[in-house]
Design a protein around this ligand. Structure first.
Ligand SMILES: [Zn+2]
Length: 301
């Protein structure tokens, strides 16, 4: 902690606003979790990266914009604490966000459900073309549905802690749809040998995409395996791969054999086409139900 305190002191001298977010603020983190620091330098070309301090504390540095308007980013800032704010810009920004958080969350949920539809449609198109990427898009579609359920329930998104949030879901009609998500993802399939395959592919993709946060994946994987959190680890790795796939969505093609192979392992996909059609229908029906609930009630939250 001494090194982290030194780091925080350095941030106090930064000329930009700086905030700390993520699970460490919510106090439900694992010992292995990183500190998420956002520097609001308003530059879009600075890429997120992880750094390890002398005492093994891991910090992930994100770069943000004080005029951020995208709900998928704003939702991550909701519980942010201010570390440095020379001109009170971050205080004003966060106060506006808190006032507006219901609208931001509604927008995020709707976008997730629309994304779920988009990737279901993409799956169907790929099936018609006998494109093996179909199964990957179907997993994306399911995970967007899960994102929507997580925000409806807890307002928290963190690939590492999804199952903790799910265990806290109230029993009601909306949340009963988690069983469909669970069936489509196959969380119970997690074994150490399967996770080891998923992990290796995830790291390869991480390198391929020139990410600078492989330390975080390594640390979390080792921690979760050591503590027998196999289902948590399965969902964590799948989310990382979903995010990679979305990042590559306009470039990826099944002709990219090595990338396809990594994603296939990273997503733990099977190729049962009949089952796939059933899954698409279940996911679309659920997304449709949730969208109708939003339109009818006007508010989930
Ligand atoms: Zn965490």
């Amino acid at each position: 902690m001494k090194d982290f305190d030194t780091f925080l002191n350095m941030m106090h001298d930064c000329r930009f606003p700086v905030g700390i977010g993520g699970c460490k603020n919510n106090k439900h983190n694992f010992d292995c979790c990183e500190y998420n620091i956002t520097i609001f330098n308003n530059c879009n070309h600075d890429f997120d990266h992880a750094m390890k301090l002398g005492d093994d504390t891991i910090i992930k540095i994100h770069y943000g914009n004080i005029k951020e308007a995208r709900s998928n980013i704003l939702i991550l800032y909701n519980r942010m604490k201010i570390i440095n704010d020379p001109n009170w810009d971050l205080k004003i920004f966060l106060s506006k966000l808190h006032q507006n958080i219901n609208n931001v969350s509604q927008d995020f949920i709707k976008n997730c459900l629309i994304n779920s539809f988009i990737y279901s449609t993409k799956t169907k198109i790929c099936i018609e073309r006998h494109d093996p990427l179909s199964v990957l898009w179907q997993k994306c579609s399911v995970l967007f549905l899960l994102d929507a359920l997580l925000i409806i329930n807890s307002g928290k998104l963190s690939p590492t802690h999804i199952l903790k949030y799910v265990r806290d879901f109230q029993h009601n009609k909306i949340n009963s749809h988690f069983s469909i998500i669970n069936d489509c993802i196959g969380i119970e399939r997690a074994t150490t040998s399967l996770l080891s395959r998923m992990y290796k592919s995830t790291l390869c993709l991480n390198t391929k995409l020139q990410k600078k946060d492989s330390k975080i994946i390594q640390t979390k994987y080792n921690y979760m395996i050591k503590n027998s959190l196999l289902s948590d680890c399965y969902l964590y790795l799948m989310y990382i791969n979903r995010n990679y796939l979305i990042e590559m969505k306009n470039k990826i093609h099944s002709n990219n054999v090595d990338i396809y192979y990594m994603l296939k392992n990273g997503f733990d996909i099977d190729n049962d086409k009949i089952e796939l059609h059933t899954r698409i229908k279940l996911v679309q029906n659920t997304a449709d139900y949730l969208l109708r609930e939003i339109s009818n009630s006007g508010n989930f939250l």
